[in-house]
Structure formats: C-alpha cells, structure tokens
Design a protein around this ligand. Structure first.
Ligand code: HEM
Length: 468
C-alpha cells in the first residue's frame, strides 16, 4: 500500500463545496446522506471543512489498511480527538498512540475480559431491574434519556461496585449528560474559542472538576467499603477464570475499576481520574444509542419482538434474568448486532497521517486528517443488501466471516474498542430486562430521525411501556 512505482492518482473531491466553508454546510445539515454519498466518488474522497481538507475512506478494505495493516502511519488524532483530549485528559481513548497507550491498554485489558465482566453481571441486572421496574405504566417516556440513565447506572455499579452510595450515583447521572453536551459543543468550535473565559467554558471546567471529585469518592468508597467485607462463601468466577485479582465477595463489591487501583503506583490519582472519565464517556452514549434504536425497531417489527420474548421465556422459564442466561440468548445478540450495524453508532472517526503515504493508489500528505465511518460501511449495499432494512437474520450464529469483516462498529487494530465485551453484556441485560418487565412496548412519537453528534442518535423517541 505504501510502495508503488505507478504515479498516484489525484484524490477525487466531493462535489458541492462552497467558497470558504467547503463541505461544512453539508456535514452540518445532512451529515449521514452526505457521508454515505461519498462512496459514489471513489474509495478515498477529499472533502473540505473550511480551508482544511480531510480524506474520507469509503472502501472498507482501505479502512482496514488505515486501522490495522498500516496503522503505524495513521495515528489516532484529528480535531475531535484533540479537543476531547483537552477536555477529558489522557485516558485510553484519547491518549496519543505510543508507549503510554500500549502500557495502559495492557494494564486495563483484564478489566474487560468476558469472565471478569461476568462477575458483575448479576449486580448490573439487579440495578437495571430496579430502575426499569420503577417506570410508571403507560407513561410517555423519553427513551434515549432513559437508556442513558440506565446504561450509566449499570456501568457505575460494574465499575465502582454494587455498594456505591446513591447520592454519588445521582450526581454522576445529573453531571454526565451535561458534560457530554459541553464536550460536543467544544468539538464544534475553533480551539481558541474554547480557551476564552466564557460562562459556558467556565461552567464546563467547573463540572469537570466536580466529576474528578466524585470519581475520587467512588474510588475511595470502594477501597474503604471493601476492606471489611466478609469473604465469599462460595465460588468466585473471577478466580476460576484465572483473573489476576483478589477473590471473594469483597472484590465483587469493589467493581472492575479495582484492577487499576490495584495496579498501585502504575497510575497516579490524576491518571485514574482520566481513565474513569474516558471510560464513562466511551461507554454510555454508544450503548444507550444502540439500545434506544433497537427498542424503536422492535415497535416496527412485532415478529422480531415476539421471537425475542419467546427466546427469553424459554431460557428464563418465568424467573428473572440471571447472568448465566446471557450466553443462551443468541437471538437477543443478533437483534442488538443489527441495531449496532444499522445505526453505527459512530459515524465519523478520525486519524492523522504521520507521513506522506499512498492509500488506494492515492497520495495522502503528511498531517492530513483521515475520516472513517462505521455508519458508512455498515450501510453499504454492496455488503449489506437493503441496508435500511432492520434484519437480525443477517447475523445467524454461523454467518460467513466475510460479512462480519464489514462491521466496523467497534473499530479495529490497536485502538479497537476495549469495552466491546462489556457493551454486549450490558446491552443484553438491559434489552432482556425491559422485555421481561414490560410485556407491551408502544411508540407514541413520530418515527425518530437520526441526528449526529459523536453517535447517531434519535432526535425524539417517546414510548410507553405497559403490562397488557
Ligand atoms: C455499542 C457500544 C460501543 C461501541 C459501538 C463502541 C465503539 C468504539 C469504537 C469505534 C472505538 C474505536 C475508536 C477509534 O478507532 O478511534 C472505541 C474505542 C474505545 N471504547 Fe468503545 N464502544 C462501545 C462501548 C464501549 C464501552 C461499554 C466501553 C467501556 C466499558 C468502551 C470503551 C472504549 C475505550 C476505552 C476505547 C479506546 C480504546 C483504545 O484507544 O485503546 N466502549 N469504541
């Protein structure tokens, strides 16, 4: 891909650029139709955001080149990440490629292995059941907001332990959506505006300071809270799975974050905070968006909902869901996989060319922004026929691996999502619990339109949940 004797072909430029702003108006007004339309112009297409060019990769094979085979020359970076790094610090998702990233990824990996996550499954189920069970019957609900609250609560229980005080959880729940909104605003503005002492910037700094205090309290709480906990009376799956962690109920109460705290002087307090902030930001909206869209699709596809309910009834036989049921719910996994495919949920992720390089027969200059899009690839009719159709049967358990090659939702290569196992567990728990708790789902708003920020979100999604 890098060495070729043929002269590189010029990169085609997308039509419709305006003087000064380039294609920015199209990205703002019609982002998803615009980004998917680029496929018609070539495997790599040049767009302009104001004066700055960016190269959008529309060929999935070339995206693998960027993320995997030539990853050394396409570094994590670009405007959005640079802003997020400034806001959230050097957590795993925002830290630049290099030794620190590799080292931290190695230290964090055990947090997210499947067996380790399974030890938090029942605590998450308990948390989700109590929240979803508290919804008022047939009350009109903002489902995207609900999914944000439930995913955050389940994540906090898994991360910081089941005995996290309610007041801390409540404050996280209030703070996180506002911080996310502020961060998205900051990614859209020129960097110098974000440095001005404007009320909005000062408020965001204040909220982030408060978030760091809350994280400290959550970390200290579980350290202190776990110290005197009684030993587990029985089997500890973490120990059985060979997890390099303390065994017993005290550990289970402590949460996944214990892995980092136990790494002792490998992480300073500030770095622990950065990692917690990053994880929260990476974990919540992605899973909440997928769940919200999936619930919406169930209202449009009663046959899918019926199959899901039948699978759940056969596995749980009238009792509440348990962690060990999750592997026996393959159709639920297919349905969620199709939700992830159809809606992205990320639509624009960036890299930065570390040197002059050839990609797909085109010359890419050093320093150029490269854009790749899970949404674009996963809605490519060449690989997913009739991509607008929600069809969980695209993902039979024995599906050919070639189809899977075009699913980029969790990225690939060395910066691939570290939380993928966690996401599947959490999403299965929440979907199954909503269905178990509420026999009837009803859409009461018009069909939602996709809007874009970091993920592809429903603009409005109101549903009612009933028992009959
Ligand atoms: C449906 C759910 C999710 C989706 C679709 C998703 C998607 C992604 C994608 C596309 C990337 C790669 C970004 C890039 O290449 O620049 C990523 C990275 C990451 N994700 Fe996820 N994610 C999800 C859930 C989660 C969860 C639940 C967590 C934490 C528990 C998490 C933590 C992270 C972290 C820390 C990274 C950075 C990894 C690194 O750079 O080494 N994600 N995610």
């Amino acid at each position: 891909m890098t060495a070729s004797s043929a002269k590189p072909a010029p990169v085609p430029t997308a039509p419709g650029a305006l003087p000064l702003i380039g294609h920015a108006h199209r990205l703002v007004r019609t982002p998803l139709p615009f980004i998917t339309s680029l496929r018609a112009h070539g495997g790599v297409v040049r767009i302009r955001l104001g004066p700055t060019p960016a190269y959008v990769v529309t060929d999935p094979v070339l995206t693998r080149t960027v993320l995997v085979t030539e990853a050394a020359h396409f570094a994590k970076g670009g405007r959005v990440f640079d802003v997020l790094r400034g806001v959230f610090g050097d957590g795993l998702a925002t830290v630049a490629d290099g030794e620190t990233h590799l080292r931290n990824r190695r230290l964090m990996q055990p947090m997210f292995n499947k067996a380790h996550i399974a030890t938090r499954g029942n605590a998450m189920i308990e948390q989700v059941r109590s929240m979803v069970g508290a919804w008022e019957e047939n009350r009109f609900r903002n489902v995207f907001a609900d999914m944000n609250d439930v995913t955050l609560a389940a994540f906090l229980v898994a991360l910081f332990g089941m005995d996290l005080p309610a007041h801390l959880q409540e404050e996280f729940t209030v703070l996180m959506p506002v911080i996310m909104k502020g961060a998205i605003r900051q990614t859209l503005l020129p960097p110098w505006v974000n440095r001005l002492p404007l009320p909005a910037n000062r408020a965001q700094t204040h909220r982030l300071t408060r978030l760091r205090v809350l994280i400290d309290r959550a970390v200290d709480h579980h350290s202190g809270g776990s110290a005197g906990a009684p030993p587990s009376p029985g089997h500890d799956p973490a120990e059985a799975a060979g997890c390099p962690h303390r065994a017993g109920a005290d550990h289970e109460r402590a949460g996944l974050f214990e892995t980092l705290v136990a790494a002792g002087d490998q992480f300073t307090r500030r770095q622990l905070q950065d990692e917690a902030i990053t994880l929260m930001n990476a974990a919540i909206e992605t899973t909440a968006t997928t769940l919200a869209w999936t619930l919406y699709e169930l209202t449009r596809h009663p046959e899918v909902e019926q199959r899901l309910r039948a699978e759940l009834a056969a596995v749980c036989t009238g009792r509440p869901l348990r962690q060990e049921d999750l592997d026996r719910l393959p159709y639920a996994r297919q349905v969620l996989q199709e939700g992830v495919r159809k809606y992205g949920p990320a639509w624009m992720v960036t890299r930065s060319a570390t040197r002059d390089i050839e990609l797909g027969g085109h010359h890419i200059p050093q320093g150029a922004d490269i854009v790749w899009s899970p949404y674009l690839h996963q809605n490519d009719p060449a690989h997913f026929p009739e991509p607008a159709t929600f069809d969980p049967d695209r993902w039979p358990p024995d599906r050919p691996p070639t189809t899977r090659d075009f699913l980029f939702a969790f990225g690939d290569g060395r910066r691939k999502c570290i939380g993928e196992n966690f996401a599947w567990t959490e999403m299965q728990i929440i979907l199954a619990t909503v269905l178990q708790t509420w026999p009837r789902l009803r859409l009461v708003s018009r069909p939602p339109r996709p809007t874009t920020a970091i993920t592809v979100k429903p603009d409005r999604l109101t549903m009612a949940f009933g028992t009959a």
